[in-house]
Design a protein. Sequence first.
Length: 135
Amino acid sequence: RPVEIPVSGRQPHAVLMDRIRLEIQRVNPGVRVWPRVTGAFRPMTGKGVIRVGIEGACDLHGYIPAKGRPAIPFELEVKWAGDSLRPSQEVWSDLMWKLGVPVKTITAKTEDAIPAAAAEAAEWVRALGATHGNQ
């Protein structure tokens, strides 16, 4: 049964990311997914900007365990409502594919669409593992 994550008081994008991460791991035992921390923050002094992470990097990254060989990496870009990929995210996605790391963009346009988006991500990861001989 999917884990329920309260939506009230949270950014829908954060809820969507949590739901995707948990659903992938629920449906695909052994798979691990982590949020990637990127962004710009103002210090408490209000002066300057602190940047963390790599611009354009995907929101989630994870690994599918592989029997007798290295784990299979993957990345997910999570979009909410009418958001689209920024140029830096397109560059990152292209780089990952060139390096052999599969990337998928998952979008939910409403809160009601969050479960379907999470299920889509979980199925993509399951199929990715199957394609690499894990099932």
